[in-house]
Design a protein around this ligand. Structure first.
Ligand code: ZN
Length: 138
């Protein structure tokens, strides 16, 4: 296991299963896997359908809208690289299509956040290769 440099924010490492997801975010598109057998969506990306076990999955673009399912406000940085970010909102967002994703909510008014609030995807290009999915109030 590589040493963790706590002064640098970690970045995801795309895998063969998740590369289309990361490529989509880089292009400003939120893609999720849909099973061609049972037609259900799933997140996170993987090589088999978590509902029925099928291995034939397609990628489908989501609208990028949803609601805050749950959230918390982080006041203590998990490690040094995040010290400049606190306080910030960390949330479970339920997409309108159904899948839930974990991300941050970009807002200047943390007190206004609420469960059920409508949010819209934000594509945050943190490097040339990696774009992170975040949300902001709609
Ligand atoms: Zn399935």
């Amino acid at each position: 296991m590589a040493n963790l440099d706590v002064t640098v924010k970690p970045l995801p490492t795309p895998t063969p299963e998740s590369a289309p997801y990361w490529d989509g975010l880089r292009d400003g598109r939120l893609l999720m896997q849909r099973c061609t057998r049972c037609a259900r969506l799933q997140f996170y990306p993987r090589s088999i359908c978590r509902h029925c076990g099928a291995t034939d999955l397609d990628w489908e673009e989501m609208a990028g809208t949803g609601t805050i399912y749950s959230y918390t406000v982080i006041h203590r940085a998990p490690f040094a690289a995040f010290k400049g970010d606190v306080p910030y909102a960390y949330a479970v967002v339920e997409l309108d299509e159904g899948p839930r994703v974990v991300s941050t909510i970009e807002t200047d008014d943390l007190d206004a956040l609420a469960i059920g609030m409508r949010v819209t995807a934000v594509f945050d290009a943190v490097t040339d290769e990696i774009t992170l999915l975040r949300f902001r109030p709609s």
